[in-house]
Design a protein around this ligand. Structure first.
Ligand code: NAD
Length: 494
């Protein structure tokens, strides 16, 4: 099978890699098997990609282990690690339009958003962690007058990184940047639904000058390539972003194999609270962004909005206006902000949730069905349901689509209790103009991130991660790079 293919991208023919990236070269799967990648905007095939299995993952791990011991790990100093991350960021900047179009074609998000948000943030993430390469430091500890102790923070080793389809480039950057800054080597598995940008970025990794084996990429299915990473005896850590069910499997595999370190960024059912003093126009704007951004396929999607009874109707009216104003269309059009869902099964799952919602007593205020002009793609209209209550499927379960459930409340205590009544604890929002209430509610909400009078702000400098079944560990910020370090204590007798 050839390890690249020619695709049509905005009227131009471009070559994109479709192989396994190992030792800075492209190769076919050991058993030559492949899988097909679809365009979610029309359901048509885009490319056929090599399907890595156990033998390919073994080869990738051996290569990453060799690089860790010989050219990377403790062998590449912090200046070199920073220089290469900045160089990779420069190359991404140079190719940003191509990468954004590929991300848009494969993942269905609007090309403007892919370029100005996902790619721009990913480039910034690489630069942010370039800055950390020389700043990861241990401590000195005085133990007695004749003894000296200090800790060294060393790179963990070979890291398996398994990422989802909803932010293919951003999740790649969030994983790869801190690991490379810390000195780890990487065996990365992109989602089988959206492998194309992660593969295209491999060419930039080689061009930047990373030594062979520092980053290997094994496209494949979760049950083959993904499971082989999770179970691998020679992988020291696995960093995963995806669903709770898969996170559980990865933890089990890690426990049964070599007790490798596991960090998990999982799902959510994030609540957002709208109090009577809130600026309702602002609350509606942020809430629409919170649930309709990326067509609701966001782990932090603000999918449960709890609204005080005094402002419920006024808020719903404004929020519905924003939903109806979403720019649905072809992802490759600059004006599109709302694209298709990633796949047919995902679209059907979301439609099933909407049906369950109405069967359990919810009312559809707007949306609720496939987009009329969907042209074989997987579009669902932005959907708002009112009359929702805890215990309903649309309130309790992660939908991962553009569906928002509105729940009425009458007191702050009741709202906080309902907000925290979830297996998840990834994010939460609060809209109020009462500063004391904002502080009280922020403390009361049990979530890894709380947004006050906004929904969805992120910064590379601010840790991100979940409580309860939303995950283990943190990405971004200082904690993000420390998750890729092992602490070694050295005690001297002097
Ligand atoms: P998923 O769990 O189905 O797949 C995620 C990745 O895991 C894919 O690469 C997949 O191939 C792989 N995988 C599947 N089975 C595997 C197995 N047995 N062993 C190893 N790897 C396996 O999730 P998804 O459908 O791609 O993504 C949606 C989910 O991801 C949602 O639940 C969402 O909330 C979550 N998510 C979380 C965050 C976060 O930062 N917390 C960010 C994005 C998405």
């Amino acid at each position: 099978m050839p390890t690249s293919t020619t695709i049509q991208l905005n009227g131009k023919e471009v070559a994109v890699p479709t192989g396994i990236f190992l030792d800075n070269e492209w190769r076919d799967a050991a058993d030559s098997s492949t899988f097909e990648v679809l365009n979610p905007a029309n359901g048509q095939p885009i490319a056929t990609v090599a399907h890595a299995k156990q033998a390919d993952v073994d080869a990738a791990v051996a290569s990453s282990r060799k690089a860790f011991k010989s050219t990377w790990g403790l062998h590449a100093g912090p200046e070199e690690r920073a220089r290469l991350l900045n160089k990779l960021a420069d190359l991404m900047e140079r190719d940003i339009q191509f990468l954004a179009e590929l991300e848009s074609l494969n993942g269905g998000k609007g090309v403007r958003i892919a370029r100005d948000m996902d790619l721009a943030d990913s480039i910034a993430c690489l630069r942010y962690y370039a800055g950390w390469a020389g700043k990861v430091a241990g401590e000195t500890i005085e133990t007695s007058s004749t003894k000296l102790a200090y800790t060294l923070l060393e790179p963990i080793g070979v890291c398996g990184q398994i990422i989802p389809w909803n932010y293919p480039v951003m999740m790649w950057a969030w994983k790869i940047a801190p690991a490379l800054a810390a000195g780890c080597t990487i065996v990365m598995k992109p989602s089988e639904l959206t492998p194309l940008t992660a593969l295209a970025l491999c060419n930039l990794i080689a061009e930047a000058g990373y030594p062979a084996g520092v980053v290997n990429v094994v496209p494949g299915l979760g049950t083959t390539a993904g499971a082989a990473i999770a179970e691998h005896l020679k992988i020291d850590k696995v960093a995963f972003t995806g669903s709770v069910a898969t996170g559980r499997r990865i933890m089990e595999a890690a426990a049964k194999s070599n007790l490798k370190k596991v960090t998990l960024e999982l799902g959510g059912k994030s609540p957002s609270l709208v109090f009577p003093s809130a600026d309702l126009e602002e609350a509606a704007n942020w809430s629409a962004l919170g649930i309709f951004y990326n067509s609701g396929q966001d782990c932090t999607a603000g999918s449960r909005i709890l609204v005080h009874e005094d402002v419920h109707d006024a808020f719903v009216e404004k929020f519905a206006e924003k939903a109806r104003a979403c720019a649905i269309g072809n992802p490759l059009d600059e004006s599109t902000s709302f694209g298709p869902l990633i796949s047919g099964p995902q679209r059907d799952k979301v439609l099933g949730y909407i049906a369950a919602g109405t069967e359990q007593g919810a009312t559809i205020v707007t949306g609720g069905k496939k987009w009329q002009e969907d042209n074989g793609g997987f579009y669902i209209e932005p959907t708002i349901l009112t009359g929702c209550k805890p215990g309903m499927k649309v309130v309790d379960e992660e939908i991962f689509g553009p569906v928002c459930s509105i729940i009425k409340f009458s007191s702050e205590e009741e709202a906080i209790e309902m907000a925290n009544d979830s297996i998840y604890g990834l994010a939460a929002g609060c809209f109020t103009s009462d500063a004391k209430q904002a502080m009280r509610v922020s403390r009361g909400l049990s979530a890894g991130t709380v947004w006050v009078n906004n929904y969805g702000l992120l910064s590379n400098a601010v840790p991100f991660g979940g409580m309860r079944q939303s995950g283990i560990g943190r990405e971004l910020g200082r904690q993000g790079v420390y998750e890729y370090c092992s602490s070694k204590s050295v005690l001297h007798n002097i």
